[in-house]
Write a protein that binds this ligand. Structure first.
Ligand code: HEM
Length: 409
């Protein structure tokens, strides 16, 4: 395995043309799914390679990456964000502190990604979650942790069904069962009530696509849900934490926003300070701080010859913190995105990856983070005491629990 963080090396690896980029799979998912052909026709979009990956990508992501589908989802997303703010408000103490803010953002991630993928609201933002919502939330967490541990720990699970492997299999099993039930329910609801087409568009397109095996459809929903929740939740925590040191920027954001609660694409476009705040948070604290690739052709990097098949970790996050790539690189300065000061190697900021394997959730996340930040700033300013504890948890994650303060303007 080779790690790189130099600008030229990163550009060479991430810009190498490839029709079917090879990202090393998470082996525990691969092994488990191959052992369950009754449930899985493939290892899924995140872990497949080559033609099979291309087939899944083509049929599963067209709607998700379409600007018009996302615009159609905007009214629903406005409501989901408002419900999240209400949940935050009810959890807020008299001094403005919101204990366990990270848990709330996780519920927000679950509700919005499930609404997007299943076309119906599941109740993760209700004050008291249903038993099924709580079970799904903890299975998603266990699934994620087990993947991380299988990646970094001793690979004993490859030789015997260790506790780690059983935990992973149990979480995958729980998620599969719940997602199967939810898909059935969502299908029935859709047949009964065709009024909310924008919200159901992605789900129905996937469900009705004759080119996809039903097992792949379920695996896709599982993969989208598990890929989207922690990433989204962590990004919101990091964004608010970084912004807490810039009360002036918070005031600028607020001054650019209207006071109405339903925000449109035009409202967001008229607030460039929101975009700048988000871009800067992704530069300084990206939840996915590196990208993994397998070289398809031999390459010479910094004078070293690397053969085809080399596993490369491209540390875009580390490169973004170097002064040779960004002016005052270690500081949170959203203004750099409105008036760039050299050096400004914007191409190194790749929180959603690069090329054809880039995150298909990017457009959705962009919209959701814009809405959330705008709505929070309309109502409160954010304060944080001290430093946020961050751990490398497969992704960069805040060490739980996170408490921040939301103060009325
Ligand atoms: C802030 C939130 C998110 C971040 C930072 C993020 C980041 C990433 C990154 C870095 C990759 C790897 C890209 C590459 O190798 O070039 C990826 C892949 C992926 N993401 Fe996301 N993601 C986020 C949210 C989401 C959401 C909400 C969804 C689903 C709705 C999603 C679904 C996926 C899928 C399915 C892949 C695999 C794509 C493929 O291999 O073709 N992600 N994401």
């Amino acid at each position: 395995m080779v790690s790189i963080a130099e600008r030229e090396a990163l550009e060479a690896v991430l810009r190498a043309p490839s029709r079917r980029p090879y990202r090393p799979p998470t082996e525990i998912v691969q092994v488990y799914r191959r052992s369950r052909p009754d449930r899985y026709a493939s290892t899924g979009l995140v872990n497949e390679q080559g033609e099979k990956w291309y087939h899944l990508r083509r049929h599963l992501t067209a709607e998700l990456t379409s600007p018009s589908t996302m615009q159609g989802f905007l009214p629903e997303l406005n409501t989901i964000c408002d419900d999240f703010l209400e949940l935050v408000n009810t959890s807020r103490r008299a001094d403005g502190i919101v204990p366990g803010f990270d848990q709330l953002t996780n519920r927000m991630g679950l509700e919005s990604v499930c609404a997007l993928m299943l076309g119906s609201r599941l109740g993760f933002l209700e004050r008291w979650m249903s038993g099924r919502a709580a079970t799904l939330a903890s299975a998603v967490k266990a699934h994620f942790r087990a993947q991380r541990d299988s990646f970094y720990g001793a690979p004993l699970w490859k030789f015997a069904p260790t506790t780690l492997y059983r935990t992973f299999a149990k979480s995958e099993d729980t998620i599969h069962t719940i997602v199967s039930d939810l898909m059935e329910e969502a299908k029935l609801k859709t047949q009964k009530n065709a009024s909310d087409e924008a919200m159901r568009e992605i789900f129905m397109r996937i469900l009705e696509n004759p080119a996809l095996d039903m097992r792949d459809k379920k695996a896709a929903v599982i993969d989208f849900i598990t890929a989207g929740i922690e990433t989204l939740a962590n990004s919101l925590v990091f964004l608010l934490y970084l912004l807490s040191v810039r009360p002036d920027w918070q005031r600028t954001i607020r001054s650019e926003l209207p006071s109405c609660s339903t925000l449109t694409v035009e409202d967001l476009a008229a607030a460039p300070s929101v975009r700048a705040a988000i871009s800067e948070a992704f530069r300084l604290l990206p939840t996915a701080p590196f990208l993994a690739r397998l070289l398809e052709t031999p390459m010479v990097i910094a004078g070293h010859k690397l053969p085809a098949g080399t596993f490369v970790l491209a540390h875009t996050g580390a490169a973004c913190r170097r002064d040779e790539n960004f002016w005052r690189a270690r500081e949170y300065l959203p203004e750099r995105w409105l008036e760039p000061r050299a050096p400004h190697a914007a191409a190194l900021v790749a929180p959603f990856g690069r090329g054809r394997r880039m995150c298909p959730g990017k457009r959705f996340v962009d919209l959701e983070l814009h809405l959330l930040l705008a709505k929070i700033m309309q109502r409160w300013r954010v304060e944080f005491d001290g430093e946020l504890d961050i751990q490398f948890d497969f992704l960069l994650s805040p060490k739980s629990p996170v408490s921040l303060r939301l103060v009325e303007w």
